[in-house]
Design a protein around this ligand. Structure first.
Ligand code: 13P
Length: 291
């Protein structure tokens, strides 16, 4: 199909009660592996690019994403993950992203509202959708997305006020996940009761960040109870990096061609993408967007 906005993707997911996966495509290999697996699954998805990933990949990577999206038969959005400022968001819109996140979750409530509102006004003027964040995602270290050291649950009443005053299209909520991998022995239990309250109060699609390394049963419960976008970064990168390490350390010191080194790591990423698409209920949902 074509490039669509985040709002178009998430509104169908909300109506049909599944979640759109957002994969952080921090390299061309991750983009191609993700795209291939999603095409095979007929799963619409979001190409998420964090500002640090964008600085590394450079602006023309977004042009490749747009081209790739326009050549598939899937509805795809290209999304700025964790935009930290108004300027970063405007830059992403200028590059052609169809969805942006403004993350001022670490700022005081009123400041979060003020900046999010300003971003919404600018983005909506050019048909781009906006994800905001209230409450915080924990941070386990060793990841690009950051977050608070300990996540703070989103307050449902505050979420209602935030959505009404900002006009954001979707909201990232704090219900107990953290970006990155959890330390040994720590397995968070997600606050599904808090999520249910936020769903009732806001009525807009909700987003789960930091969804790697959680129990499948916890993620499934979150999707069943109203999460319509799930962000995955670490889980698709770990398997890639582990397999690449094996390729580099297999004793063949002559190995150097990217087209020899990367296919096996990409296959590992594809396997994870297939599993997540299934878990989020996103497989075989592309058909809903063609009606
Ligand atoms: P994980 O690294 O836990 O998958 O978090 C990804 C994320 O939330 C991107 O915004």
């Amino acid at each position: 199909m074509v490039l669509v906005t985040g709002k178009e993707l998430l509104s169908v997911a909300k109506e049909k009660n599944f979640a759109i996966p957002a994969y952080n495509c921090g390299s061309g290999q991750l983009l191609n592996a993700t795209l291939k697996a999603c095409e095979e699954d007929q799963a619409p998805f979001i190409i998420a690019i964090h500002p640090d990933e964008l600085s590394f990949l450079e602006d023309n990577f977004v042009a490749s994403c747009i081209d790739a999206a326009n050549k598939t038969k899937l509805p795809i959005a290209i999304h700025l993950d964790h935009g930290a400022s108004y300027e970063q968001v405007i830059h992403a819109i200028q590059l052609g992203m169809t969805s942006v996140m403004i993350d001022k979750s670490l700022a005081p409530f009123e400041e979060n509202i003020e900046i999010t509102k300003k971003v919404v006004e600018a983005a909506h003027a050019v048909g781009v959708s906006v994800e905001a964040e209230l409450g915080t995602i924990g941070n386990t270290g060793n990841n690009v997305e950051g977050g608070n050291q300990q996540g703070i649950y989103t307050d449902p009443a505050q979420a209602k006020e935030f959505v009404e005053r900002t006009g954001c299209d979707s909201l990232a909520v704090g219900i107990g996940t953290s970006h990155g991998l959890y330390p040994k022995g720590l397995q968070p239990k997600l606050a599904i009761n808090v999520l249910e309250e936020i769903v009732k109060e806001t009525g807009i699609p909700l987003v789960l960040h930091g969804a790697s390394n959680n129990l499948d049963s916890e993620i499934k419960a979150a999707v069943t109870h109203g999460i319509n976008k799930v962000n995955i970064s670490s889980d698709i990168k770990i398997v890639f990096a582990e397999r690449l390490r094996e390729e580099l350390n297999d004793g063949n010191t002559e190995k150097r061609e990217p087209n020899v080194l990367f296919p096996a790591p990409m296959k590992e990423t594809e396997k994870v993408v297939h599993q997540k698409n299934q878990l989020f209920g996103a497989s075989n949902t592309a058909k809903y967007y063609f009606q």
